[in-house]
Write a protein that binds this ligand. Structure first.
Ligand code: SF4
Length: 239
């Protein structure tokens, strides 16, 4: 009994020691608390605004304050996708608009670059599963066997002046950029590859254009080939 009274007494003293901060510390905690709540509110409001802009762009194909919007998507991506998830809206729209937005921002510089100075990076997963092409230091070398659309696409792209690479792995693009310094790039891939590729090009100051796969995966992926041809054919209106 005496022991428990003693424990209570020690506990109370300990508690007093813990909670009795000088007044300025209490003020500081209060200010920090207020700042955290304000910051959280600000992030939420900005995320709602950017989410609405994303939906607007997805529906209309127009972009409002494109650079700020892209900054918003990059910084607030997790909160925005959570908001989409909560409201049961397909959150892949965020990635889709992100890629289109980057393409839109790069468009002017990309079109200024002649086709002969542009490179194409095609993912190897879009080939036929029975592809006979061999791996070389310059990527997988298509022999246009006719088993998939890559051979024809390469032939057409090269007739426009492009250099065409079939990418065997993730470090390949970095190596080719370092080696040949292309002036503009068209990259095909899934959302993640396109996002990383466009960011890589941005770091190297290369205007790039991403073309999303219709069905992503490790093998037998599909591509909207019409969309791809449109993306590589486009030139500056008066070029
Ligand atoms: S067309 Fe080229 S990429 Fe396609 S399967 Fe034949 S060799 Fe492979």
């Amino acid at each position: 009994m005496r022991r428990s009274v003693g424990n209570k007494f020690i506990g109370r003293r300990f508690f007093k020691t813990i909670v009795m901060f000088p007044e300025y510390i209490n003020q500081l905690f209060y200010l920090v608390g207020e700042a955290v709540i304000l910051l959280a509110l600000l992030i939420l409001i900005l995320s709602i605004i950017v989410s609405m802009l994303v939906l607007y762009s997805f529906k209309t194909g127009n972009f409002f304050a494109a650079r700020y919007m892209l900054l918003g998507i990059v910084l607030l991506e997790n909160v925005i996708t959570t908001l989409f998830w909560i409201t049961r809206v397909d959150d892949s729209i965020v990635d889709d608009v992100g890629v289109r937005l980057r393409n839109y921002i790069n468009n002017k510089e990309f079109l200024k670059t002649p086709c002969a100075m542009r490179f194409i990076f095609m993912p190897q997963c879009v080939r036929s599963t029975e592809c006979p092409a061999k791996l070389t230091p310059e990527g997988i070398k298509c022999v246009n066997c006719g088993r998939c659309n890559v051979g024809e696409a390469q032939k057409y792209a090269e007739s426009l002046g492009y250099r065409f690479f079939i990418v065997p792995g993730s470090s390949f693009i970095k190596r080719i950029i370092k080696k040949y310094r292309p002036r503009a790039i068209v990259g095909v891939g899934c959302h993640m590859e396109i996002k990383e590729g466009l960011d890589l090009c941005h770091r190297h100051g290369i205007p790039a254009r991403g073309v999303l796969l219709l069905k992503a995966g490790c093998v037998a992926t599909t591509l909207d080939w019409e969309l791809f041809y449109e993306a590589i054919k486009e030139k500056e209106p008066h070029a």
